[in-house]
Ligand binder design. Structure first.
Ligand code: ZN
Ligand code: ZN
Length: 417
């Protein structure tokens, strides 16, 4: 009986972590063409398409409508469902830990450390959920515009104002369709905390991930230690020196131990949950550390992905300040059709880089010129096409402050308006 229950727990955790991993990371370019990437396509596109087709035949699409409105509510409306799910899992796990493992932990240092570390995720969850992530309002928008300069690649000054909030869009901001507001330095909307992760709560979000990781790693260690003590007590009461060197490979004994008592079954379940979920949290944290190191948000990393595609297809052009003669030529030609998008330099360019620097402090903008000559934005006054971007490395990310600590400083010490 115990055996089956435990097997279910393990099977559930393995399947659940695998699915979460595929859903979270499968779309990353690194997994393109790999089994993870294919599983992502299968889970996101192929299986849903099949299910919709079956439902159309069986219930006339009613099941899908009901699920999609429920799913819609869960994904597109602010709600506490996922947060409640998370709090329940964590709380149930901690209750079992204190009920079944705590009494075997005798070391006073652990006894002192465990309660505050176990409470940390709740504390950070509270901070994440109830801190304003950086809502852009009429009163702070001009300060936000000053704080975040446009890079003229993924954010540019002539972006139209937000259609919902009717405020200008500062660089690095994004409108959250769930919370229905624009957020400064928007990272992403997170269902676990039922809030956006933005300029003012990104640090708490990192704290939330790290506090969860600590609970998982420390929890794995403690539950394993307790089980190991019981293993020794049951099989090698004479002392540690009698125990085999590769004690962990002694499966029959371990399996018997796990099923020997209710509390060993509970503590081993906790151990397995903690160790299996660990890699997911590590991967998520690693992704965010990488983002901070690169000076991008989750939102911007997607935008950079698009820029990379545009550059690789030879469609990103550099526009810099031109002299008066060129300016008229350029604005007369409208969408820059005079300089065929394919040509690296305009035929009539009487353009000097030094002059450009003094005139407009070297401002350069990047414009995506489509094959038909259309552009993703209008050419700013006085600018002419000077070059084609050869590769992504030659485009500077101005939000990457460089140095080891500068990007981290921005995350941990945001400026208040
Ligand atoms: Zn908005
Ligand atoms: Zn949001």
């Amino acid at each position: 009986m115990k055996l089956t229950a435990l097997h279910y727990v393990v099977a559930f955790i393995v399947v659940f972590s695998t699915i979460v991993f595929i859903v979270l990371f499968g779309r990353l370019p690194a997994f393109k063409g790999t089994i993870v990437g294919k599983a992502h396509v299968l889970l996101w596109h192929k299986i849903p398409a099949r299910l919709i087709a079956i439902d159309k035949i069986v219930t006339g699409g009613r099941f899908c409508n009901a699920t999609s409105s429920a799913g819609n509510y869960l994904v597109n409306e602010k709600n506490w469902a996922v947060t409640t799910f998370y709090i329940t899992i964590l709380t149930v796990a901690l209750v079992f830990f204190f009920k079944d493992a705590w009494r075997y932990i005798t070391n006073p240092i652990h006894r002192l450390l465990i309660p505050p570390l176990a409470l940390q995720p709740y504390f950070y969850l509270y901070l994440c959920a109830f801190t304003d992530p950086g809502t852009i309002t009429q009163s702070n928008v001009s300060r936000m515009l000053d704080l975040f300069p446009y890079d003229d690649i993924i954010f540019y000054p002539d972006m139209p104002p937000c259609r919902t909030c009717h405020t200008p869009k500062p660089a690095r901001s994004k409108h959250c369709s769930v919370c229905k507001r624009c957020v400064a330095r928007m990272d992403h909307h997170c269902a676990w905390i039922n809030n956006c992760v933005g300029y003012y709560n990104y640090r708490y979000f990192l704290g939330f991930i790290v506090s969860n990781l600590i609970v998982l790693v420390y929890g794995s260690y403690l539950t394993f230690s307790v089980l190991y003590m019981e293993y020794m007590r049951q099989y090698f009461p004479e002392g540690y020196e009698k125990a085999p060197k590769y004690f962990w490979a002694d499966y029959p004994k371990w399996i018997r131990l796990v099923h020997s008592q209710n509390w060993t079954a509970a503590v081993s379940s906790l151990f397995m949950i903690a160790t299996l979920v660990c890699p997911l949290v590590v991967a998520f944290l690693a992704q965010h550390i990488l983002f901070i190191h690169q000076g991008v948000t989750t939102n911007e990393s997607e935008k950079w992905g698009e820029v990379e595609w545009i550059v690789n297809n030879g469609m990103l052009y550099i526009y810099e300040i031109g002299n008066a003669e060129n300016e008229t030529a350029e604005s007369a030609s409208g969408s820059g059709s005079e300089n065929e998008p394919g040509s690296a330099r305009p035929r009539s360019a009487v353009w000097s880089r030094d002059k450009a620097k003094t005139d407009n402090s070297g401002r350069r903008v990047y414009i995506h010129v489509y094959e038909d000559g259309e552009m993703n934005r209008s050419v700013p006054q006085g600018m002419i096409q000077t070059d084609k971007v050869p590769d992504l490395e030659s485009v500077e990310n101005i939000y990457d402050k460089g140095g080891v600590f500068r990007n981290w400083r921005e995350v941990f010490f945001p400026k208040y308006t």
